[in-house]
Design a protein around this ligand. Structure first.
Ligand SMILES: Nc1ncnc2c1ncn2[C@@H]1O[C@H](COP(=O)(O)OP(=O)(O)O)[C@@H](O)[C@H]1O
Ligand SMILES: [Mg+2]
Length: 429
């Protein structure tokens, strides 16, 4: 069978190597092509053996699993490394991911877990090899070194509402967390606070960033992975955040350069473009105006979430915005309506009426002042402890819809003409 998954095992303990090999012998799709007892040996073997997936022990005598991974990916950029470690080494885990490991398992892994991880890693390798970028270059120059991860192309989701206070930041933060947890430890989710003047993602997530997007802006045209890494802040959930400048004045650095002909902010756009290959998802929170920064975000987005609460002025704003998107020639099927703060007991407009006036919503998120307030005041995203609340469930449901929508054809996306035909709330707006 030519398309067997070639696996290499790296562990200093012979018994562990043997156990792993035995576990894998139950899967006919997997072939163990090499075993190594040190990082050095693995590095030496890797190019001749050309494995698809490497199971790497994190603690090795001599060069450790993390350093070995970085070296190996340098030699064979498409290889997928799954790091194995005893429990409770979260710091290690993060470093392993930064070194380019794809996944992380605790020792001893269960057979299913191990085999699943290998298949996942292999699928990803296949995708990378056949993606629009083609296979990654092998070592022969500096640009062959993927610092953060092998080349991906992030799906970009922008969260926007024409009015403030509708829940954009709440949604952006928790969407990023839910996607991160859906993708698992190997997933790479970046949350960008595109509300450059008054961004509050760092407050919502209780981050104390040493650096912000303002530090990247002057280098926007010549970014490198090291610089990106020093500015990105990692939340406990694993989500990586590009935090907004700390003051409105600092945000001015984004306007020191010319705006593109298309009207998009050059620096913001360049930063996003640079970040995309390093992540599976980039989620962008935004300010509540249509400006050059928003246009840059929209240009790169696979999905625009337009958030409204069930009150007339916000619905009207959302509808005007959707119409504007159409006028600006953005594809209509990229729009996803989110109705936030739905409260069946109160007087708000029925979500169904909003949908009739605009389009089917991707999600209805319930009103839950208690959970939302607590979360905002503690700087603890709802999904940290409120995953079981109605609000938490609504947010997780939204993440699932987003994931389905960007990875499959949108079955619910309305045509532009449909919007005109919808009378619904027309007379109210
Ligand atoms: N579904 C909800 N139910 C109750 N309160 C909410 C809900 N979503 C958001 N909030 C609260 O509304 C306020 C504004 O939310 P925020 O996410 O900052 O909105 P925006 O970013 O659009 O200005 C915050 O205090 C937040 O906790
Ligand atoms: Mg906000």
């Amino acid at each position: 069978m030519s398309d067997q998954i070639k696996v290499m095992i790296v562990d200093d303990i012979a018994e562990t190597r043997e156990q792993l090999r035995k576990l894998l012998s139950f899967d006919p799709d997997v072939e163990v092509v090499a075993m190594a007892s040190t990082g050095e040996e693995a590095i030496e073997l890797v190019s001749s053996v050309d494995p698809d997936v490497i199971l790497m022990d994190i603690n090795l005598p001599g060069i450790d699993g993390i350093a070995a991974t970085a070296e190996i990916i340098d030699i064979l950029p498409t290889v997928q490394v799954i790091m194995l470690s005893v429990q409770g080494e979260t710091d290690y885990m993060r470093r392993a991911m930064l070194a380019g490991a794809r996944d992380y398992l605790t020792k001893p892994p269960g057979a299913d877990e191990l085999i699943d991880a290998i298949h996942r890693a292999f699928d990803l390798k296949q995708k990378l090899g056949t993606g629009p970028l083609g296979p990654l270059p092998t070592r022969n120059g500096d640009n062959a070194k993927p610092k953060v991860s092998p080349a991906l192309k992030a799906k970009v989701v922008t969260v926007y509402s024409p009015k403030g206070g509708t829940g954009c930041t709440t949604i952006a933060v928790n969407l990023a967390m839910a996607l991160q947890s859906m993708l698992g430890q190997g997933g790479k989710v970046c949350l960008v606070d595109g509300n450059l003047q008054f961004g509050d993602v760092s407050i919502f997530m209780k981050l104390q960033p040493a650096r912000t997007l303002a530090d990247l802006a002057p280098h926007a045209q010549d970014l490198d992975a090291d610089l990106l890494e020093t500015v990105v802040v990692t939340h406990d959930s694993g989500v990586k955040i590009l935090v907004a400048p700390t003051s409105p004045e600092e945000a001015e650095v984004f306007h020191d350069s010319s705006i593109e002909e298309s009207g998009a902010n050059t620096r913001f756009r360049s930063i996003l473009e640079f970040a995309l290959p390093h992540f599976d998802y980039v989620i962008i929170d935004t300010a509540h105006q249509v400006d050059d920064v928003l246009l840059a975000a929209l240009d790169l987005s696979d999905l625009f979430l337009v958030v409204t609460r069930p009150v007339i002025p916000e619905i009207r704003g959302a509808r005007l915005f959707v119409e504007l998107l159409d006028k600006l020639n953005y594809a209509f099927d990229k729009v996803g309506l989110v109705i936030n703060g739905v409260d069946n007991k109160r007087m708000g407009i029925q979500p169904e009426a909003i949908e009739r006036a605009m389009m089917p919503a991707l999600a209805h998120i319930p009103m839950d002042e208690r959970t939302a307030l607590r979360s905002a005041n503690l700087g603890e995203p709802v999904l940290v402890r409120g995953g079981r609340t109605g609000l938490g469930q609504g947010l997780v449901g939204l993440a699932q819809k987003v994931h389905n929508r960007v990875y499959t054809a949108p079955e619910n996306a309305p045509e532009a003409e449909e919007l005109d035909k919808r009378a619904g709330l027309g007379r109210l707006l």
